[in-house]
Design a protein around this ligand. Sequence first.
Ligand code: FE2
Length: 492
Amino acid sequence: MLEVHKAYDLPCLPSDNPYLNDGWRPSDTEWTASTPDLQVIGDIPKDLNGVYLRNGHNQIHASIGKYHPFDGDGMLHGMHFANGTATYRNRFVRTTGFMAEEAAGESLWPGIIEPRRAVRRGWGSIGAMKDNAGTDVKVHAGRALAAMSQCSEPYRLDPVTLDTLGPDPAWARALGDRGICSHYQVDEHTKEMMFFNFGEHAPYLNYGVISPENKLVHYEPIDLPHATWPHDLGMSEHYCVIHDLSMFFEPEALKKGQHRLKFHRDRPARFGVIPRFGTSRDVKWFEGMPCYILHLANTYEVGDEIVMDGAIQTNPVPDLSALPKEGYARMHALLSMDLQETRMHRWRFNMVTGQTTEEDLDDEVTEFSMVNGQVKGRRNRYVYNALMKPNWQVVGLKKYDWQTGKTQRWETPAGCFVSETPFAARDGGVDEDDGYLVTFMTNLNTGRGECAIFDARDITPGPICRIILPHHIPMGAHTVWTPAAALQGVAA
Ligand SMILES: [Fe+2]
């Protein structure tokens, strides 16, 4: 089957904004496409069964003010694997804001860098954005859940058809206008989902737990001295780690409604270790070197310690003084992980002594870590990272083996960029790396996206299978692999 679900005009194009061109150019069509009508190079493994979902920002309308790559309409791309067959779908996340702009035929909300242009109430921690739901995607309680980095209503979608089902009917309203921030964490062993949200007024952060039955069973305000700007949440077997980092909006400017992100170089990063069902009083705070963190790899417990691995940034706001105020050079610098001094790092929080121990794990710029879902929150051996180039281009994969200290790498051909690449266990797989890596690839040489499958045990030869998509797909945001067993009861 090769079927166009819907084609869109994209009034945002043409544009001189580099984040709307080349690898960032939005898709204009929603497709449903299945093998054997999809071209396949190699064989789709028969023991790869489940769905790979990728979220990302796919702007339709010309923006109000300057467009930032975190602003665009959310679009899910999914590849559903079943017994050696595959079906690709892509669909917009039809949020309230998406439908309002579709009806109006134009943008109604500004993006993250020009909230002062807002003329109506919006979503996100800054209260001015569209609820684009284009950052993160996880599968919990049989449904995909999409949300944006700046907090938005939790949107449920069918994880196979990608039909938008709406804000979660069970608990979205209980969160008021805060919603949830991207990087909610699902514990595959207990089926619980831990999340947080943040805002500019007290309580500056809330922490919560959704039960396996999709009920909000825990929701607690966390005491913080001022508004903070976290992005991820550590999750171990019994604890979560809340981030109060050294980069946040200047508090005095914020009181006047101005948003000036500043890296406070002398202010230690703070990490709050909270029992899974703890309250603010139970949080044990640790300090670390001043930093910002986008994404963690894993968090787990060893003896008295909570170990947290992730990508540290020790220069998250690079010096912009020499750059012109107009144009895109400043945005480019703020999205350049090399300038931000991004590298894999390990924090150890000793619950007895209160001490933090830190070490770098690598000096290469890598990000978007993924681990086998079965070891998320438990001690892991392997991590699969993205090789990053400036402009957030993912130009390869790097596999870390913490036990041997060895790494493997694979780099994309010129003009190709892969996505965050999760591990997918082989049916019956036993070892932690006994399975596949699955990713979507933007291919500027052919103008058609691809889904690439790697043998996770050895990524160095490159993909063992490539499924050619019927259209271009832009570079994206976060992804998740969900095994077939977790989709039972979900209609295909
Ligand atoms: Fe993220």
